[in-house]
Design a protein around this ligand. Structure first.
Ligand code: PA5
Length: 465
């Protein structure tokens, strides 16, 4: 396996007994982990949750790869329109395999770039459209519900932009849709216009969908090898069903995080990649962890208000902006370092001496050695200050390893949901805000929410502070 989990600095023997966890505590909680695994396995076998099966679905993977092959060389831009679980997976893959956008090599039909329209900021959308050529762009609207206001509004604009440049009939040749198989207006729209359409299974939620067409279609269109990606994820899936806690990294890590969170009150998890390529994974993880585990009620209906706040930080950059807080501020955080195992390039520092101390000790070394040293040093400094942390090493930044890493985090999140006895797969908390938005935007059926919103505004008008 190309992913390694090192929990040593979560141990009380390293971070101190007030903040680290003990082997006894882990052993005592092991039956809970076994029950979490069994519970999740049962739900999976009953068909309630589908993400573990995604990387094994060869017909779907082949049809996505086949479609991407059939249009390869036609487009230099893949424009994803989506939000929430429909967007950051594609970004995590693109960032993981080609680096963050500003450092990607020039895009071309051989190396199409990914432009992800995941916000309704009018300036952002205007700038994005101005940066793309409609003749060489394929647009991929992604929405499981087929009804998300941000996605629908942006898609209407992008579609009009395509039509204006290409004419109505040709514009349709520049659209491929990802949506639910069974419902939604986007589905209807795609069928009415005979658009190439890829489906998200009903039992796969947005934030668990990166290995469905939601992540695979943009990835394949960008030229990534989605079969390798899925092979890596499938290998991780198999490990994640193991009952052996030492072999099952995702279960072990979920248990450790559960203990450090509930027994040692670490209510914030900082995901700290020391690799710009893994920065996208940290952002993708933020949504997965927050939306899955932030819940008001447990499965028995008891009010619990659980949730661990995920924060993304980038090493070594954020050593100069966040680490002061992490070392000396409230001891309410657990840290997950993401480390690159083998750097594809060392970044050799020239050997020539300059006569200046601040330069000369670095001469002849490498950036890879420096960034690794900074990560090891930060982990040691956190540990010395009683701040528990763990490290996940990704051996190689390739499709298979990324697939395995993403699947690891999805299983870890599902197991954590089981350990907390909450439903990690719903998101009731976002509904009220959505309904107020529909009311404010005049959607039929949401008049009472508009009234409620007006009452809230009236209440605000009378408040002075
Ligand atoms: O994880 C989820 O289910 C959500 O974050 C959704 O992905 C998000 O609300 C977008 O939904 P949709 O794909 O229907 O546009």
């Amino acid at each position: 396996m190309s992913i390694h989990y090192d929990p040593t600095n979560l141990a009380a023997a390293m971070a101190g007994s007030a903040h680290g966890i003990t082997p006894d505590e882990v052993e005592k909680a092991a039956p809970r982990a076994a029950a979490a695994l069994a519970g999740f396995r049962r739900s999976f076998e009953e068909g309630r949750y589908g993400f573990p099966a995604l990387p094994f679905d060869k017909p779907v993977i082949s049809s996505i790869a086949g479609f991407a092959k059939s249009v390869a060389g036609t487009f230099d831009t893949v424009c994803v329109v989506g939000i929430g679980g429909s967007a950051p997976g594609a970004w995590a893959l693109d960032c993981g395999l080609r680096g963050p956008h500003p450092v990607q090599k020039a895009h071309s039909a051989k190396n199409p770039r990914l432009v992800i329209l995941d916000n309704v900021d009018p300036v952002f959308i205007g700038n994005a459209l101005a940066s793309m050529n409609p003749k060489r762009t394929i647009v991929v609207p992604i929405a499981k519900s087929g009804a998300t206001a941000e996605t629908m509004a942006t898609f209407l604009i992008v579609q009009a932009w395509l039509k204006e440049a290409l004419g109505a009939r040709k514009a349709l040749k520049h659209i491929a849709v990802v949506t639910s198989e069974s419902r939604g207006d986007l589905k209807q729209f795609a069928s009415a216009n005979k658009l190439p359409t890829f489906h998200l299974p009903d039992n796969v939620g947005g934030r668990f969908s990166v290995l469905s067409a939601v992540g695979l279609l943009p990835a394949a269109l960008a030229g990534f090898d989605i079969k390798k990606l899925c092979r890596g994820a499938a290998a991780m899936s198999q490990l994640c069903w193991s009952r052996d806690l030492n072999a099952n990294m995702a279960l072990r890590s979920a248990l450790h995080h559960y203990l450090v969170w509930t027994l040692r009150k670490k209510s914030i998890q900082v995901m700290f990649p020391y690799s710009n390529n893994l920065w996208g994974v940290a952002f993708w993880f933020r949504q997965l962890w927050a939306e899955s585990l932030g819940k008001a009620k447990n499965r028995k209906g008891k009010t619990v208000h659980v949730g661990q706040t995920p924060v993304a930080a980038l090493g070594a950059t954020d050593q100069h902006s966040q680490v002061q807080l992490y070392i000396e501020g409230p001891n309410d955080k657990v840290f997950t370092f993401l480390a690159a195992g083998k750097w594809p390039a060392a970044g050799k520092i020239p050997k020539a001496k300059t006569g200046y101390d601040s330069f000369d000790y670095l001469a002849g070394q490498s950036l890879a050695k420096l960034i690794d040293a900074e990560r090891l040093a930060t982990a040691a400094a956190l540990t010395a200050n009683g701040r528990p942390n763990c490290t996940i090493t990704v051996e190689r930044l390739d499709e298979a390893s990324l697939g395995a890493l993403l699947q690891f985090f999805e299983f870890q999140t599902a197991f954590m949901g089981e350990l907390l006895d909450i439903d990690a797969f719903d998101q009731e908390g976002v509904e009220l805000g959505k309904r107020f938005t529909f009311g404010l935007m005049g959607r039929a059926g949401y008049e009472t929410y508009l009234e409620e919103f007006r009452a809230y505004e009236a209440q605000r008008a009378g408040v002075k502070l």
